[in-house]
Design a protein around this ligand. Structure first.
Ligand code: S3P
Length: 425
């Protein structure tokens, strides 16, 4: 797909449902007794992989344009899957479902696309096996395909080396089936949607600082969930509104959970004019964001804020390329094991656009303010790379071609349409 420089962005956009929360609604609804009704569910390919997997384990899930209805069968209601479970491109589905499957009484096999089959699974295999789980990498390379044989699980206190909500959630979900309490302590607090939603479904789960603690065998009860808009998707419009001269846009219904809002804090520290309007709280906090074009300046991004903006670092790179001065990103080695190696890919294509950017072991250094020009970008089948360069193209001279641009269907199928409308294309 070919992209061009934009004149200005104007108008409003309503952000589709949060990917992390949509996955969890299907999973926990399946493990609850009775009916769970989910509105504003993200109809992205990743979340559809989660629906497929639970359908294959005997859960009836109705997917209509207005809502998702999950007819949960309780903690012990899953059936042995009718075939191999295909995770598609979804790391969240793979890692969270592994925690659930470890505590079942049947065997299952998980696989996924080429990217999923390269992503590290040792991080969940290790704690799950400490609990007594049997999770095996079929090709003995610590990656999917995985064979999971249900086994009796023990409660543990797991001290995770990575701040990862996927690891934390896998252990907490296995903890639902353990013989005692399970605790997870992380080096830095990662997104806490699992803790919030499992508690809402009736789990006995407490969080204190960087430790979450869960008791086994709760009675989970079907619930209603209205999924807030995904701040990780809103991030592309926040950046576009800030960097394209003359822009003023309203981004509606954005989830602003403090474990996810690092993009807002960084954008404001860079000098971004963002106003939060109509703040609400319904289990998860939300707000509308009014974004106005601003001259940005470079900042240092490191430490505890990193997990709160880990998925937004590619688009923050684009903001940094347009900012005056230097932006330094540290403590973000996790970028190398996302859907693509996001340090390598961002450095390669931002350099090709004329930006002064250097990759490091755990981040990048960007000397911003150079004019950008169009180039040919390969998305590496990474949705966040495609969306980041679509935004960069709005301020680049000439044409930007993005190969593999369709990959945005993973998290935001209508992204290009919404972006084009705001640009007046
Ligand atoms: C997610 C957690 C994050 C994030 C991913 C979604 C989740 O991954 O990058 O897009 O829903 O739990 P890690 O937990 O591996 O950091």
């Amino acid at each position: 797909m070919i992209f061009q420089k934009a004149h200005t962005l104007r108008g409003e956009v309503t952000i589709p449902g949060d990917k992390s929360i949509s996955h969890r609604a299907v999973m926990f609804g399946s493990l609850a007794e009775g009916r769970t009704e989910v509105t504003n569910f993200l109809q992205g390919a990743d979340c559809l992989s989660t629906i497929d997997a639970f359908r294959k384990m005997g859960i009836e899930i109705e997917n209509t344009p207005e809502k998702i209805l999950i007819h949960g069968r309780g903690l012990h209601g899953l059936q042995a899957p009718s075939s191999v479970l295909d995770m598609g491109n979804s790391g969240t589905t793979t890692r969270l479902i592994s925690g659930i499957l470890a505590g079942q009484t049947f065997e299952s096999t998980l696989t996924g696309d080429a990217s999923i089959r390269k992503r590290p699974m040792r991080r969940i295999m290790e704690p799950l096996s400490m609990m007594g789980g049997k999770v095996e990498s079929i090709n003995s390379n610590d990656c999917a395909p995985l064979r999971i044989t249900g086994a009796p699980l023990h409660g543990i206190h797991y001290h995770s080396k990575v701040a990862s909500a996927q690891v934390k959630s896998a252990v907490l979900l296995a903890g639902l089936y353990a013989d005692g309490e399970t605790l997870v302590t992380e080096p830095t607090l990662s997104r806490n949607h699992t803790e919030i939603m499992l508690r809402y479904f009736g789990a006995d789960l407490q969080s204190e600082g960087k430790t979450a603690r869960i008791l086994p065998e709760p009675h989970l009860e079907g619930r209603k969930i209205d999924v807030p808009g995904d701040i990780s998707s809103a991030a592309y419009f926040i950046a576009a509104g800030l960097i394209v001269p003359g822009s003023e846009i309203l981004i509606r219904n954005v989830g602003i959970n403090p474990t996810r809002d690092g993009i807002l804090r960084v954008a404001q520290e860079m000098g971004g004019n963002i106003t939060l309007l109509d703040e609400n709280y319904n289990g998860e906090p939300t707000a509308d964001l009014l974004v106005k074009h601003s001259q940005l300046h470079g900042v240092t991004i490191e430490g505890d804020i990193i997990p709160t903006l880990i998925d937004e670092l590619p688009i923050i790179n684009i903001m940094a390329a347009c900012a005056n001065g230097t932006t330094v990103i540290r403590d973000a080695a996790e970028l190398k094991v996302k859907e693509s190696n996001r340090i390598d890919v961002m450095v390669r294509y931002l350099s090709a656009m004329g930006c002064d950017i250097t990759g490091t072991d755990d981040g990048m250094v960007i000397h911003g303010g150079q004019p950008l020009h169009g180039t040919e970008v390969d998305s590496h089948m990474d949705h966040r790379i495609a969306m980041s360069f679509a935004v960069a193209s709005l301020v680049a001279e000439g044409e930007t071609t993005i190969k593999g641009s369709d990959v945005v269907s993973i998290s935001y199928p209508g992204f290009y349409k919404d972006l084009a409308r705001l640009c007046g294309f």
